[in-house]
Design a protein around this ligand. Sequence first.
Ligand SMILES: Nc1nc2c(ncn2[C@@H]2O[C@H](COP(=O)(O)OP(=O)(O)OP(=O)(O)O)[C@@H](O)[C@H]2O)c(=O)[nH]1
Ligand SMILES: [Mg+2]
Length: 321
Amino acid sequence: MFKFLRSKKKVDTVAISSQKVSKQWSMGLRRMRDRLQDNLMQLLRGKRAIDKSLWLNLQTQLLQTDMGTAITEEVLGLLKAQVKKQSIDHSEDLLFILKQVLHDLIAPYAQPFVIDVAKKPYVVLMVGVNGSGKTTTLGKLANHLSVQGHSVMLAAGDTFRAAAVEQLKIWGERAQVPVIAQGAGADSAAVIFDALSASKARHIDLLLADTAGRLHNKAHLMSELAKIKRVLAKKDTTAPHEILLVIDATCGQNALLQAEQFIDTIGVTGLVLTKLDGTAKGGIVFAITKQFNLPIRFIGMGEKIEDLQPFNAEHFIDALL
Ligand SMILES: Nc1nc2c(ncn2[C@@H]2O[C@H](COP(=O)(O)OP(=O)(O)OP(=O)(O)O)[C@@H](O)[C@H]2O)c(=O)[nH]1
Ligand SMILES: [Mg+2]
């Protein structure tokens, strides 16, 4: 369980009021909401008859959110069933039901990131394609956990990209947590292994390990991730305890292809969806969860340290519609 301790020095993402949290969600998801609301309001406003043309229009709107055909049909089917069951005959009542249907679809995937305190350190590995937001998320997460009173250490496992280590050190300073790093070109698995030894020696609660971005279709790069897992298991057979696949939500349906390879190769345990502030196509969130049946642990809604939120279905739907 999380501990809720305050630190005056750090950006406190936990103790801020729920009002502020909803504001952050609604600001972060502004683009999605603007697009969806504009279109849906036009379609559903007033007392329009629920006829074939309305269903067709609604189908088009949903498809445009990048929800994909299967989920769009599922949503329409659920809506039609409710319309019949509740004898609804005007379009404006559909909006409320749509909200409920979308909430029920996404709610099973809002499973929080829970730290097993028996595993010390609790090892979290960040993986994903280039530029998806792994390092930024790692920095934000370090702050989030540290503000809750956990001791955190970062491992600079991206030894490939020039300046990756520097970037992580800057995040370490912002979140006020130590960073274990070696020079560029070092073996990524070795860096993360050393960081695991260091965090065990210092009784650190969580080790968050960065990895280099890699294209999902490059087999040798994917096998490097498998090696990191094998090497960590030599020190702690249960590590890594969480493998977070960081997905850039602005990639749309492409994100589905990327995710598949990572999941097959290393066994992802949770998702982080980043850059939700940068897309109007919120349907991708439904498509990703449905296809992979994986929980969304966090979402990124900006570049700042506080722009990370544990995924919450109610906040998501409220901010969307
Ligand atoms: N708007 C927005 N930008 C983000 C978010 N998360 C990350 N970014 C930006 O995305 C860019 C890439 O982020 P990184 O964290 O460096 O991505 P990465 O996956 O570590 O990249 P590589 O290490 O090169 O694979 C940076 O400019 C970040 O500021 C987010 O939630 N919203
Ligand atoms: Mg990075």
